[in-house]
Design a protein. Sequence first.
Length: 239
Amino acid sequence: MQAIQALVISLPGSSDRQEKARSEMVKTDLNWRFLDAIRGSALTTLPAEYQPKKVKRLLGFELTSSELGCFLSHKKAWQACVNDNIPTIIFEDDFRLLPHFEKTISYLIQDYTDWGAVRLQGLSLVHHDVIHSFDDFSLVRNKGDAVGATAYILKPAQAKALIEAAADIYEPLDHFLEHYQVHQLEFFAVKPYPVDISGDQTTIADRPVRHPIKGLAKLGRSIARIWDRWFSQKPWFPK
């Protein structure tokens, strides 16, 4: 496949994980390469686009160093998509390709190209509307946040839009991808998904178990979001 590339985000030195990813990618005809992930725990200073106090007010919690590194790693992949000016599949290094993967990619590149961003994996089951069907899978519009960023495909224009929308980082990467009000991009999805997680937890994001925000903390967060929505020149939680 010459009209597309694939990037596998992986921390340098993750040899076992990279070998598993390599064993999946050699099953395909894709032009692909590893992209060095950013290790959040190694950051000596916080990036300018991340404001922990504001994040705490609007989310109720701060992002972990690994969540921050994960987001920055994906921004790096988006920039590579823009620089190379070619549709790009972005993988985290804990994926497993399912039998209809290559058929799906061929369909998106050659048969039905009216898309900009497509989710290839998700962790949550959500309802969807079918946009177009092809053989044993469909291109759909999810009606909820499917969660997960193990695999998705972008065109350069959409990658550029995500970079611009991520001038401020205030939520985990996978939620940001579904945050239409911020980036104005509609992520379609392929059902059934052609990529699954491998069963090994990714090393670039360690999403902790977080308890629901309740009581006065939830009230304070709601007030902060209303204030941000109505009075900020660039609201993080638009109307």
